[in-house]
Design a protein around this ligand. Sequence first.
Ligand SMILES: O=C(CO)[C@H](O)[C@H](O)COP(=O)(O)O
Length: 294
Amino acid sequence: MHFGLIGLGKMGFNMRERARRGGLDVTGFDRNLDVSDVATIDELIGTLPAPRVVWVMVPAGEVTDKVVAELGEKLSPGDLVIDGGNSRFTEDQRHAAQLAEEGIRFVDCGVSGGVWGLQNGYGLMAGGAAEDVETAMPIFDALRPKGERADSFVHVGGIGAGHYAKMVHNGIEYGLMQSYAEGYQLLAAKDIITDLPGTFRAWQKGTVVRSWLLDLLVKALEEDPGLENIDDYVEDSGEGRWTVEEAIANAVPAPAITAALFARFESREDSSPAMKMVSALRHQFGGHATRPAK
Ligand SMILES: O=C(CO)[C@H](O)[C@H](O)COP(=O)(O)O
């Protein structure tokens, strides 16, 4: 199979390589021509056999919108577009409808594996019509870890289901990371713990909390014990917010994920107006002492 891959950043670059190692022909396009196989999307389309399959791996939002719109103008009826980026699932219906006007098929696919995907393979969650997912199956097979298909690939449901599943996956990721991080601080806070990295290392095998994130935590501490080279400011790319919005829309209690998202917001504050107000109010009603501003 020969397919096109648009977006050769941290994820797409490695995915091209893994697909090639899996025996597929891939023509990659990126605005950074140093890593691109072709100079333009037109050229990419020109290299592909019909029906063309183009995997889009660019940042969610405006950039994905633009690429989908361009593909809608340039591809032909029967061609297939797969959005493998972290698009919000609600965008998928719109993209699918836009492409369907030109007879172009659409599949959304949540991709998990990060920068380790080249080596370990990717977990894949696809949404769309069964026949369209089937068309893309050779790509999914090349990208996922070797072994049973059901281990790391799922056709989750209709359009949007793949990205919905990836959104929830990322929400869980927020909660897990926050939990490990709080455990790290609790261990570090107690002087009876004399081997903090060793504690996490000992949890890596056999314990209830063993996981790949725990392995990465151990790796991070090996690289920078005490995390002295890393600031405590934590970004977010949107999926945590969307997960919390979905929790509200569906009246699903999601306190752990929500708290993990809010902890990131808190990480960005130099000082907290809210906590100043709590201190001011304790003083107002109870005459409790406040500390002078730093
Ligand atoms: O999809 C991912 C991992 O599964 C991406 O790394 C994502 O960017 C992580 O989300 P955030 O930036 O909000 O922490």
